[in-house]
Design a protein around this ligand. Sequence first.
Ligand SMILES: Cc1cc2nc3c(=O)[nH]c(=O)nc-3n(C[C@H](O)[C@H](O)[C@H](O)COP(=O)(O)O)c2cc1C
Length: 445
Amino acid sequence: MILEKWTQGLENPIEPVIVTSDKAPVKQEIHYADELEGAGKGLEEFPIPISTPGFDPAPFLTSPYWVTKDPETGIRNVGTYRAMIKGTRRTGSRAYDIPTQHITIHWNKWKKLGRPMEAAIVIGGPPIIGIVSAAKIPYGVDEFSVAGGIIKEPIPLVRCETVDLEVPATAEIVIEGELSIDYVEYEGPFGEYTGYIGPRRLGPSFEVKCISHRKSPIYQAFISQFPPSESTTIKSVPLEATLFKLLRNDIGLPVIDVAFHEESGSWEFCVIQLKKSNNSQPWQALSAAAGMEATVAKIIIVVDEDVDPHDPDSVIWALCYAMQPHLDIRILPGKAMLNDPSGAPPEASYEEQRFPKPTGGSRMLIDATRKWAYPPISLPAKEYMENALAIWKELGLPQLKPKKPWFGTSLGYWFEENVLEADLALKGRYYETGEKLAREHRVNV
Ligand SMILES: Cc1cc2nc3c(=O)[nH]c(=O)nc-3n(C[C@H](O)[C@H](O)[C@H](O)COP(=O)(O)O)c2cc1C
């Protein structure tokens, strides 16, 4: 299961290994500064598409894994941040506007030291790098080690040519360079995962010093606009895994599964499936999920084990019949916005859009678990559904993928008398029940 694999990777990281350039396919061709300018050179070597034609102002790198280092500790960070192409050897960056992003923490440290920040953009390579690169992994933890832990073998890295950084040796393309610390400039607008065009934002410029790549490299991009998209798929995996680990391993809650729905950009709509043993556990899970990260999860719902957290039909059923709005919903202020246009109008200041006065955005926490014994689910009992499924298969009908819940079960409020009546009905003896009701349960009105 993906969540388990992720958790064991985070808890058992494996350090990458450094290999020499002759063992690194990404070094098959290397272009230095003077070879990077002019038609078809530098970034123009690659078929970088315009992601949202008609709206985007330029082609963007949409799956760049930015590798940077904390200048104080030397610990690496890998993060996916889209980058606008501004010249054959210049891109925009997002290392400025969101202070909690790790690349921005690094940039602020480099700026304090008065030195341009070294960076390398990695394109392609082991797919696990793309997943950890988009993941909320705690600051100071090297994503390459987590990637190694997940795949249970070290990631081979090779040293860059012009910056003091290491990058995956089997990447398709590596773009080395420096981020300005003296100025920032606009980059964007860009078609976002929210389903809307995001505004242009200020960011340092990235000046390319060297590009290395395989012979005939494959250019990789993520489709990153209206959800669902490749971007929302790749984001949901680590986000679900990170919250799962927090709730189950760090807090010890009986969590079965976590779902970040792609229609919410895999960011704002989160459902947690719990096999609860008491009624405070859903609120523990809701509070912890709300505190996981400043911008993540506007709507958080906890459901019981027989509700599929990934299936909107199943979640709607839980919301309608296991939840009372006046009792089971809380609105929590203090949420920061990430590309969410509902917090403030587009003409508002950046600060207002990010954390509207006075208490920022908000989250809705919903306990949609049953709080007491319920009558059984109104579907035929398991043996009958399984029998029907066997007949279905025998007849060679198209394969079925049963949704949760696909058979009826007792949920605590069901008595010996009900069991006997249902049993008699199956034996064709339901008149006996009719007679009993007339004899024992008739009420004069
Ligand atoms: C396709 C794609 C594009 C992304 N673009 C950005 C971006 O432009 N700016 C940003 O702040 N986060 C962006 N993200 C989200 C970050 O990758 C994510 O927050 C990640 O945790 C950042 O790495 P870090 O935690 O090491 O800072 C993007 C994610 C994906 C999958």
